[in-house]
Design a protein around this ligand. Structure first.
Ligand SMILES: [Zn+2]
Length: 249
């Protein structure tokens, strides 16, 4: 009895020891790792259609299930995002803070492009440059980004901004709802993790395919159908950008 108990402890100890060994990152040929810093912003409470919104996502969720799903999506490209830091951070409070938030709350889809609602310019004034990592991809979580928007990034950039509340599923007709952290396949409404994976795709130089494209297979970068797939051309382009970025070019 005593011996069996001792053996059990030994085996348990062994299980812990092997679980503590990090994955064999170096042994994977062609694997590209990309650092990501998550900024869980606080202090930009927004209200849309009676729904009061703050950032509800935690650093642990981002460093856990969210990054795991982002990496599941990017695995076919042998690209792995590694969390450099995930922390709760206050936003800047410049003069006209409430007005800047109001511009985001009331931004309608496409308005920025046609009338210059200044949505992204307003958000840029809230992000603290002192918290930004100089070379990692900086992913900022905000409550909401404007009607039916879920995230944005700039082609080849190092910044992603994502809203954790969304009214995309209702086309902006209903109050925003919390985005799903992750969504098992098949994709129905999308998730925070997919949005982050999509925006990181823009950072890695990928653009939206033509609407007529990707009608059969749902693609991460959009098109006729939304999904998770990356084409061989997208994989090659993303890896090339990641390689150049790692080399400091
Ligand atoms: Zn996009």
């Amino acid at each position: 009895m005593r011996a069996a108990g001792f053996l059990a402890i030994l085996l348990l100890g062994r299980g812990w020891a092997s679980a503590a060994v990090p994955p064999a990152v170096t042994g994977e040929p062609g694997l590209l790792t990309i650092p990501v810093r998550f900024h869980v912003t606080q202090g930009a409470t927004m209200t849309v259609k009676g729904r009061t919104m703050e950032v509800w996502v935690t650093p642990a969720q981002l460093a856990g299930p969210v990054i795991a799903e982002v990496n599941r999506i990017w695995a076919p490209a042998r690209i792995r995002f590694v969390v450099e830091r995930a922390e709760v951070e206050p936003l800047l409070r410049p003069e006209g803070f409430a007005d800047l938030l109001h511009r985001v709350e009331t931004a309608a889809r496409g308005e920025e492009e046609t009338r210059g609602s200044g949505r992204t310019a307003a958000i840029a004034q809230l992000l603290d440059p002192a918290q930004r990592h100089p070379t990692a991809h900086n992913v900022y979580l905000l409550p909401y980004l404007g009607a039916t928007y879920q995230g944005y990034a700039h082609l080849g950039g190092k910044q992603v901004v994502v809203g954790v509340w969304t009214d995309k599923p209702s086309g902006g007709k209903q109050p925003p709802v919390k985005a799903l952290l992750v969504e098992p396949e098949p994709m129905r409404v999308g998730s925070l993790a997919r949005t982050i994976a999509h925006e990181l795709g823009h950072n890695l130089g990928l653009v939206h395919p033509d609407k007529a494209e990707a009608a059969e297979v749902g693609r991460l970068m959009g098109g006729g159908r939304q999904g998770y797939a990356l084409t061989p051309a997208e994989i090659a382009a993303a890896r090339e950008t990641a390689r150049k970025s790692a080399a400091g070019k």
